[in-house]
Ligand binder design. Structure first.
Ligand SMILES: Nc1ncnc2c1ncn2[C@@H]1O[C@H](COP(=O)(O)OP(=O)(O)O)[C@@H](O)[C@H]1O
Ligand SMILES: O=P(O)(O)OC[C@H](O)CO
Length: 487
């Protein structure tokens, strides 16, 4: 059988999808889990909840499909990146909650390392910036506060990993402690060129090598799981944003996608070339399917769909995220209101961990609808800043961005996509299947199992830009003025 099971462990939910040989979804299951906010700026997940929801969704999807494990050619795993888990190798139990990518508790440590002059060296070696977003300072934070954990880590009794590594350990019942290059490239510990842990970086962050998993290409042998009745081969692992890039078919230099989930993550494939950004973007690994390393430029925006969650849960404007579209469309414009959703600082291209959110331009006539519209526009402006940086970085090279492919939960919002095309001045293409992340993981696994998915080309929806260059400029100027104020 050519069916493939994809597990997508995201920031707010775990999903499992079963694809047939043509890349069609034959069954799926999704479960949300609790978000923990123990202190301002802290975000944690219970590792056991990540595993339990992921395992349950896989079981449900298999049940719903009517397939048994013998029908599944391979399993592909994709995950929220940077989030780290620490566990005891003997018991397989986590020592503490996972520290999530959005968590800002290590802002001071990052600042200290910057003050000591390490920023440039870290950027050269990893392609990343010294920001609490990435895994290394989160691990250092644990070991600095728990000397006994450090001693146990040095003795090889503990294991650390991004979420893929934790789930692999669970799926293989402790037989495999591994990750792939895309996930490892988000830790601040992997040398971008060699694709291996960098001993100087391990020493800079004080991380014992015995804690870390092996790094493999994204399509490779990650062992087998026997938890679903038979034996299923795990053939693909990738961070969710790189998996989406692969799933959108962006495998050639210049092809780009933007995923609108909790955050927004725009990635442009740059082929075998690690393009260094001069405009605040990250250089990262794209999915690797053979011996050749692949690279991408990335702009990470922390508050994407999470801005809509805040309107829903924080301001109680509506019950379901999808209601934001009608509310925002009920006014012709934002009435001069600008929302800067810097709730957890600002990511690319600003990289400011201290900035906090603001609503500007309020008048007596401002309503919920104006704020909702301004919040959606803020998502599009943040992505426009990233695209602008990407175009500047790519100028002078052969990379040409002619359209932006989109996916993720919030890309279902037509208004958001139209306003996005408007401020980008570039067509936005939305495929019929928004689950590019899971499809990417499935394609990697299928490839490893030798059963390439024959995905049928299907017409997506195009959103074409409709604003004049002057209008784009005036909106972006107003946005940049607001950003300057929160910085
Ligand atoms: N119609 C919509 N308009 C705007 N935002 C939406 C819409 N539907 C979902 N969202 C937002 O998209 C996010 C969920 O997308 P998803 O891809 O499932 O995220 P993740 O993988 O980060 O968990 C949530 O933040 C939600 O508020
Ligand atoms: O879980 P998502 O889809 O919000 O993605 C999270 C990113 O991987 C964080 O870098």
């Amino acid at each position: 059988m050519n069916a493939v099971l994809a597990l997508d462990q995201g920031t707010t939910s775990s999903r499992a999808l079963i694809f047939d040989g043509r890349g069609r979804v034959v069954a799926q299951s999704q479960q949300a889990f609790e978000q923990h906010f123990p202190a301002p700026g802290w975000v944690e997940h219970d590792p056991q909840a990540l595993w339990a929801t992921q395992f349950e969704t896989a079981r449900h999807a298999l049940q719903a499909s009517g397939f048994s494990s013998s029908h599944i050619a391979a399993l592909g795993l994709t995950n929220q990146r940077e989030t780290v888990v620490l566990w005891d190798r003997a018991s397989g139990q986590a020592l503490t909650r996972a520290v999530v990518w959005q968590d800002r508790r290590t802002a001071d440590l990052c600042q200290r390392l910057r003050d000591e002059g390490h920023e440039e060296e870290v950027r050269q070696r990893t392609g990343l910036t010294l920001d609490p977003y990435f895994s290394a300072t989160k691990i250092a934070w644990w070991l600095d506060r728990h000397p006994e954990w450090r001693s146990r880590a040095e003795r090889g009794e503990l294991a650390v990993g991004t979420v893929d590594t934790w789930l692999l350990w669970k799926l293989t019942e402790g037989r495999v402690h591994a990750t792939d290059v895309t996930n490892a490239s988000r830790t601040l510990l992997m040398n971008l060129q060699t694709g291996q842990w960098d001993v100087d970086l391990l020493s800079l962050f004080g991380i014992p090598p015995a804690l870390l998993p092996e790094i493999h290409p994204s399509a490779s042998d990650f062992g087998t799981t026997r938890l679903f009745g038979g034996s299923i081969r795990i053939g693909g692992v990738a961070g969710d944003q790189q998996a989406a890039l692969f799933g959108q078919g962006c495998v050639a230099p210049g092809q780009a996608k933007n995923t609108y989930g909790t955050g927004c993550f725009m990635l442009m494939h740059t082929g075998a070339m690690a393009l260094k950004s001069k405009h605040g973007l990250l250089t990262t690994r794209a999915c690797q399917v053979d011996a050749q390393a692949q690279f991408a430029l990335e702009g990470s925006v922390f508050m994407g769909g999470a801005t809509v969650q805040w309107l829903r849960d924080g301001l109680k404007m509506f019950q379901s995220s999808s209601e934001v579209e009608a509310l925002a469309r009920s006014v012709p414009d934002s009435g001069g209101v600008v929302v800067v959703p810097a709730f957890t600082g600002l990511g690319a291209p600003y990289w400011n961990a201290e900035a906090r959110g603001a609503i500007l331009g309020l008048s007596r006539g401002s309503t919920q609808a104006h704020i909702a519209r301004a919040a959606l526009e803020a998502i599009t402006y943040q992505c426009a800043d990233v695209l602008q940086a990407m175009v500047q970085d790519a100028s002078g090279s052969e990379l040409q961005l002619s359209e932006l492919r989109v996916d993720g939960g919030a890309s279902a919002n037509d208004a958001l996509m139209q306003w996005q095309a408007d401020v980008l001045g570039v067509p936005v293409l939305r495929p019929p299947l928004l689950e590019s992340t899971a499809l990417g993981a499935a394609s990697l696994a299928a490839r490893m199992a030798g059963v390439e998915l024959q995905v049928e080309a299907q017409e997506g929806r195009h959103f074409r830009p409709s604003l004049s260059p002057n209008e784009i400029e005036s909106r972006m100027t107003r946005w940049h003025d607001a950003v300057r104020r929160v910085l």
